[in-house]
Design a protein. Structure first.
Length: 223
């Protein structure tokens, strides 16, 4: 049975996150049976070691937070992360290429990472930064992510001034292929917001407020 806790990617992506904080995040994820911990690449090994024997996956970010790095760099980053224990890769799509209308580049960027990660039995979530896109661009990205055979389309990094909205989750859910799921992230800090995202069609929630969400208390966390 799916529980709210099992939809949560317990997230710590602050640039000043310490190893001690990452280990505390992992302990919380173990206790509450979250889907994963999502940490910066440098912390992947710390998280993987801390979660040995647990069903909690290690997730990390690639091309984060802007998405405008070379595809080869993203692929290498993903491969290194998986070597160190990551099993889920949240890659940032090339936002500047999307805004420039260069969708062939956007597709190729995503597809290369999907191929590499799937060869290693991992999961790819593609962050499209909904707050920077028009509705037409969001719909275009649903098609591209689906055609690239990614596992998830993800709303936001949480670092671009806006996060997930119920309306965006519904839009993405309506336009992605049947094999793609939605991850809502950015600004999900309480139980009511989390449930609204799930009801709108999200299968995963990216949040640093996982404990507050499942306990029903408020959180002031920024992501």
């Amino acid at each position: 049975m799916t529980t709210l806790a099992s939809t949560i990617d317990h997230t710590l992506l602050k640039p000043d996150a310490t190893t001690e904080q990452v280990l505390a995040c992992c302990a919380e994820a173990r206790t509450h049976h979250f889907a994963s911990v999502c940490v910066l690449p440098w912390h992947v090994q710390h998280a993987a070691d801390a979660l040995i024997g647990s069903k909690v996956a290690v997730c990390t970010v690639v091309g984060f937070p802007l998405g405008g790095t070379f595809t080869a760099s993203k692929v290498h980053e993903a491969e290194l992360a998986m070597f160190h224990g990551a099993r889920e890769i949240d890659m940032v799509a090339n936002i500047t290429a999307i805004k420039s209308g260069d969708l062939d580049t956007v597709f190729a960027d995503i597809r290369e990472i999907v191929i590499s990660v799937h060869e290693r039995k991992g999961i790819v979530k593609v962050i499209i930064e909904t707050g920077l896109l028009t509705e037409a661009e969001k719909i275009d990205m649903c098609g591209i992510v689906s055609q690239a055979h990614a596992d998830y389309i993800k709303t936001s990094t949480g670092f671009a001034g806006s996060g997930a909205t119920v309306e965006d989750v519904r839009l993405l859910r309506a336009h992605i292929g049947p094999h793609v799921k939605v991850k809502a992230s950015g600004g999900i800090r309480d139980h009511a917001t989390a449930m609204a995202m799930i009801e709108a069609g999200a299968h995963r929630l990216g949040t640093s407020s996982g404990v507050a969400i499942i306990s029903g208390s408020a959180s002031t966390a920024s992501y």
